[in-house]
Design a binder for this molecule. Structure first.
Ligand SMILES: Cc1cc2nc3c(=O)[nH]c(=O)nc-3n(C[C@H](O)[C@H](O)[C@H](O)COP(=O)(O)O)c2cc1C
Length: 396
């Protein structure tokens, strides 16, 4: 496409007078957003639709903390061993690797959803274990085995949603979500042992969550170990880093519209880029405002937050809930700072101030909060995030 027309199509007109910057944009590949190889797994996710690799292709489209994609797959015979690449962690943000294992559960659920279309009945055997501080992260750990028996079964109604599901960090309309959808969501935990789901739509409860999550966000991201653990996953300075690593959080993930992100990635000097990235993050500073623009919040809870098995089940629940929301035209975003702060409090022996507020919301101390989210009708659609492809995640 003619470059000038393409830029206009993106709503970029001012850049046309800055010829050098346009040239730089091309070199950085900024305009190949959602078209370059880092986004190809979203396009060829079901080609071919059948066979064991179809399950792996579905798995790599799953959600993961900071888009770390902590998964590896070993395919042999009629089974797929799913391994956690524990070195792909967020450090001080996830000291027990709890969120990493939730991400593994998300990948497992995508595989489960794809299995019938791929020509199999899938049996998921999830590992047991207890998450501890300072786990060895030098070697990948098997967390599940997916056994596939050839079968002719109807496709999951969520199958077509696999490439459509994207975390959406834009403000949502305050319009209430249908009661029928809430009932469907509440039914999801029934088939996932040791999980439960709590939804919050009343104004007072929502305000409590907005205040709590905003406060926890400030505390968590002021922590040096958290910043050191998450900075390596930020891909906000150079588009070439997105293409090289095919993971992490991009400017678009921070809520910058595609056209503006394309411009920002073009900034010629590192200093300009740093200033812009800072501004993009400051736009996230509108976090309490964005949180307030949510008609519904949810908490996924389990019996034991540090059970490996229950982390996997919680991940399966989140992925299925997000796919279900996508199928109903409803946007979703995890908001996990309060539970991340519980991990930090536990890891550092700080006084536990966060858990009581969450326990009061749930009203039942036998369920431990594991994962929080917001849902609503989006004002803007979410965008695809980069993905490592088959070659990078398959193990011999
Ligand atoms: C365990 C877990 C925790 C997450 N926590 C947050 C969060 O607190 N805030 C947020 O905006 N996104 C969060 N995410 C969403 C990821 O950043 C997102 O899944 C990843 O960037 C990939 O993007 P996608 O979901 O659009 O494919 C979380 C995801 C997982 C699996």
């Amino acid at each position: 496409m003619n470059r000038r027309r393409f830029l206009r199509g993106l709503g970029i007109t001012t850049i046309l007078v800055v010829g050098g910057a346009v040239w730089y944009a091309d070199e950085e590949g900024a305009f190949s957003q959602e078209k370059g190889p880092a986004f190809a797994p979203w396009k060829d996710w079901n080609q071919p639709q059948t066979g064991m690799l179809a399950l792996v292709r579905a798995g790599i489209l799953a959600a993961s903390p900071h888009n770390t994609q902590p998964w590896l797959f070993r395919v042999s015979g009629n089974q797929i061993e799913v391994l956690a690449a524990t070195s792909r962690n967020t450090g001080g943000l996830d000291p027990f690797l709890r969120e990493l294992h939730i991400g593994m559960g998300c990948a497992l659920e995508n595989m489960n959803v794809a299995s019938c279309s791929a020509g199999y009945a899938a049996d998921l055997e999830l590992a047991d274990g207890v998450l501890t501080l300072h786990a060895d992260t030098s070697t990948p750990q098997r967390v599940a085995t997916v056994r596939c028996t050839p079968a002719s079964l109807p496709a999951s109604p969520l199958y077509a949603m696999l490439p459509e599901r994207h975390t959406n960090r834009t403000p949502y309309e305050l319009r209430a979500l249908p009661a029928s959808f809430q009932q469907e969501l509440l039914a999801v935990p029934q088939s996932l042992p040791n999980t439960n789901l709590f939804l919050f739509t009343a104004q007072e409860q929502r305000q409590t969550i907005v205040d709590l999550v905003s406060r926890c966000n400030d505390i968590v991201y002021a922590d040096k170990a958290v910043r050191e653990g998450t900075t390596p996953w930020e891909r906000v300075f150079k588009w070439s880093a997105v293409e090289q690593h095919r993971d992490g959080i991009t400017l678009e993930d921070y809520g910058v519209p595609t056209s503006a992100a394309a411009l920002l990635y073009c900034m010629p000097t590192p200093i300009e880029r740093a200033v812009i990235a800072q501004k993009a993050k400051a736009a996230m500073g509108a976090y309490p405002r964005q949180l307030s623009a949510s008609p519904m919040f949810g908490i996924i809870a389990v019996r034991d937050r540090y059970s490996l098995n229950q982390c996997l089940q919680a991940g399966r629940l989140w992925e299925r809930a997000h796919l279900l929301a996508t199928s109903r035209g409803i946007a979703a975003r995890p908001i996990n700072e309060a539970i991340e702060l519980i991990d930090i409090e536990n890891a550092e022996g700080r006084p536990r101030v966060t858990e009581p507020t969450l326990a009061a919301l749930i009203g039942n101390t036998s369920w431990q909060p594991m994962f929080m989210f917001r849902m609503g009708y989006a004002t803007r659609s979410g965008s695809a995030s980069p993905r490592r492809d088959l070659a990078e995640v398959l193990q011999q």
